[in-house]
Design a protein around this ligand. Structure first.
Ligand SMILES: *Cc1c(COP(=O)(O)O)cnc(C)c1O
Length: 423
């Protein structure tokens, strides 16, 4: 499918009069339409709730939009919990799915009344020692080990991942939790990442539903919710077919009716913790070409760099690029599109066929709405960019300002040199 940016050259020229590049911009209309579709796709399940994975895009304005569609927050750290609390998420609106968790984070999650999803059997004692008494509602993260494979060849490797309880530990853990007075139970699993297939959730759900039935039979514990976590992917390349959340919702319903309903578990709530699927396609990094360089290869230097979007440098991830105003021009030039870090992996694209790029052209780097700005860092003294929201009425709202040198130096405030730097 041809990838078309949600902003035009004219719009960006207007926006850059106020907000210089680079910046991430989010599409309110797209976010709302998708959030509505997710809600509808699972409306057959009475207790359904999407807990937006805050780490993907920890911006209160965006979280507030999702909140309107009934979404809660999935957090994994103290500051994510603080942010969720600050936007008015209450108690069970927050899922705390952390790992290697510091004691103070657990204490804070419990104070907020968040649902705590344990990553390991040893955390039962760890948490009890912190709180004195376990909360009435607890969830455990499951890792079946081995390889997770789907019919289209997509697979992931849970056996190699640090997360979750083994099967034996899960049965044992549920028994212990029950003994310690826990009343409401949940299971959680995240077995494959960025799955661009409608098959992932139904297959995972089938596996977890069977597990839930077995847990009930063997431990007497009846789970009240099953959390399918994240992992629903988006088409980063034009060749990929996007997931259809309606088909995914129907697929989960089918296995629900096949496995849970006959077992007398037709009241189990389905939870999800999608990040990428909720926000990824509805964000873009806008950057301007500031240099061209002809050496052994053809380079276009832009004013953004890997600190603004780490995925290409970190994972070799593909992000589609559109040169604004040249949407229909032939892609007759092969470029490396680079940022300015003193690191050779600071490239948004390698050997990418694009229209001829001139200095001053604006480039839209697609699908940066999740794990984009959020993964930003300050290497080379580079500053994080602003985040903008393109509202449904066409206006633009600044939802996070760009960092300034003062922000960068702020942690030196205990030293004399700070006086000079903060002038
Ligand atoms: C990262 C993460 C998510 C979100 O994953 P996506 O692939 O962005 O949907 C959900 N739950 C947990 C526990 C995570 O670590």
């Amino acid at each position: 499918m041809k990838k078309i940016p949600f902003v035009t050259k004219e719009k960006i020229e207007e926006i850059t009069k106020t907000y210089p590049t680079p910046f991430h911009i989010y599409d309110e209309k797209g976010i709302r339409e998708n959030a509505r579709a997710v809600k509808e796709a699972f409306s057959w399940n009475k207790g359904f709730k999407e807990y937006f994975a805050v780490k993907a895009t920890p911006n209160p304005f965006l979280i507030n939009i999702l909140h309107e569609y009934g979404c809660g927050c999935d957090c994994s750290s103290m500051t994510e919990l603080m942010l969720s609390d600050a936007v008015g998420m209450k108690g069970s609106d927050i899922m705390f799915s952390s790992n290697d968790t510091p004691a103070e984070d657990y204490a804070y999650a419990a104070k907020l009344g968040a649902i705590i999803n344990l990553d390991d059997i040893t955390h039962i004692d760890f948490l009890e020692n912190i709180l004195g008494k376990l909360p009435e509602t607890m969830s455990c993260r499951y890792n079946p080990g081995g390889i997770f494979q789907m019919s289209n060849g997509i697979m992931d490797n849970p056996g190699d991942s640090k997360y979750g309880f083994t099967t034996e530990q899960l049965f044992e853990g549920f028994g212990i939790l029950k003994e310690k007075g826990v009343k409401n139970f949940g299971i959680h699993a995240f077995l494959a990442s960025n799955t661009v297939t409608n098959e992932y959730y139904p297959q995972l759900a089938g596996q977890l539903f069977e597990l839930a039935v077995k847990l009930k039979e063997e431990t007497g514990v009846k789970v009240s919710f099953i959390n399918l976590s994240g992992g629903v992917g988006i088409p980063y390349t034009p060749e990929q077919e996007p997931n259809d959340i309606r088909v995914i919702g129907d697929g989960v319903r089918e296995v629900y009716e096949e496995i849970l309903v006959p077992a007398g578990m037709g009241d189990v709530a389905i939870y999800t913790e999608m990040g990428r699927f909720m926000m990824g396609p509805y964000g873009a990094l806008v950057t301007q070409a500031i240099h061209e360089k002809h050496t052994y290869k053809e380079y276009i230097g832009v004013d953004a760099c890997a600190v603004n979007l780490m995925r290409p440098a970190m994972y070799g991830a593909y992000h589609h690029i559109t040169v604004l105003g040249k949407e229909e021009a032939p892609c007759g030039h092969k470029y490396d599109v680079t940022g300015s870090l003193c690191e050779n992996n600071d490239k948004f694209a390698i050997d990418r066929m694009l229209p001829e790029i001139e200095k001053g052209d604006y480039l839209v780097i697609h699908d940066t709405g999740a794990h984009g700005h959020a993964m930003g860092y300050n290497y080379n003294g580079k500053l994080r960019s602003a985040e903008l929201l393109l509202k449904e009425d066409g206006s633009v709202q600044l939802i996070r300002r760009a960092e300034t040198p003062k922000d960068y130096f702020s942690t030196l405030d205990c030293f004399e040199v700070f006086e000079k730097l903060s002038d």
